[in-house]
Design a protein. Structure first.
Length: 280
């Protein structure tokens, strides 16, 4: 109790800053590992810490000794298990991005990315080449990324068109985009089980809708039968969307400007507007 009575306002301020910095670092680490296998590893670490605390509390000698031996090698284990995440954190720190707001792209980078994607989609639609492109957002889709062939390549229209070229090894699966990179191609996605989906839609469209039902990802689908471009978000789909509306919605959603209820309302309003334009 004497600490609270004897501490000056400078000590209080120092402690608040200290706790704030630690909390911010923990938050950035959570953002860094979200959507990756590191989340499961962290859960395992928490279980070990809880087991050690229980063994200490009840003085369980053998269990306490075993946990102590594990923690002695804990630093080495962390370096091995979290090597990809630690590498990514150091890269972001070196680029000055660790303390940035999040995964949203710079406006210029986002515009370049969308331009490359639209160029590829426009070309594939004209030639009736089927395609499925998924944009990861806040909800991680790492399990789906791991189901495909890792690429981690910068987005380009030429690369996308080559991936979806008919009879190529990867043309049947989905391309998953994270930030400004194509993370993987030939990925397997969960199919929508919505019974109200039009019977005209095939596996590619059902997969595009399915991934938007289980995550906040956006999927862009090109039909190989009709060449129509469709956009799926939050389990909804707009078929034969025009290029202007597509570009506008991609800019809005990938820049992550809206959030919460306001964002959900804007999504519903967008789909109503598009459907109204199609019927008009």
């Amino acid at each position: 109790m004497s600490y609270f009575t004897d501490s000056s306002w400078q000590d209080w301020l120092k402690d608040i800053i200290d706790v704030g910095i630690v909390a911010f670092i923990i938050y950035k680490v959570m953002i860094l590992v979200r959507g990756t296998r590191a989340v499961q590893l962290l859960k395992g670490v928490f279980v070990l810490v809880a087991t050690w605390a229980i063994s200490s509390w009840f003085n369980l000698f053998t269990l306490k000794w075993l946990m102590g031996q594990m923690f002695n090698w804990g630093i080495v284990m962390v370096l091995i298990l979290f090597q990809p995440e630690l590498r990514r954190a150091l890269e972001q720190l070196g680029r000055g991005k660790f303390f940035s707001r999040g995964s949203s792209l710079d406006a210029a980078d986002l515009s370049d990315q969308i331009e490359e994607i639209i160029r590829a989609v426009r070309s594939m639609a004209k030639r009736k080449v089927g395609a499925l492109i998924v944009f990861e957002r806040k909800t991680g889709v790492s399990e789906m990324i791991e189901s495909g062939i890792a690429m981690e390549s910068r987005i380009s229209s030429e690369l996308l068109m080559n991936i979806f070229t008919p009879n190529s090894p990867l043309h049947d699966g989905a391309v998953i985009v994270r930030g400004n990179q194509i993370m993987a191609a030939g990925c397997y996605l969960p199919l929508s089980e919505n019974p109200f989906i039009s019977k005209e839609l095939g596996t590619r469209h059902r997969a595009g809708i399915g991934v938007s039902e289980v995550s906040d990802a956006i999927s862009l689908i090109v039909s190989e039968e009709t060449g129509q471009i469709s956009l799926s978000l939050n389990g909804l789909i707009v078929r034969d969307i025009n290029e202007e509306s597509l570009i506008s919605k991609l800019h809005e959603e990938l820049s992550q400007r809206a959030d919460g209820l306001k964002k959900e309302s804007s999504i519903l309003a967008f789909f109503k507007k598009i459907k109204g334009d199609q019927h008009g």
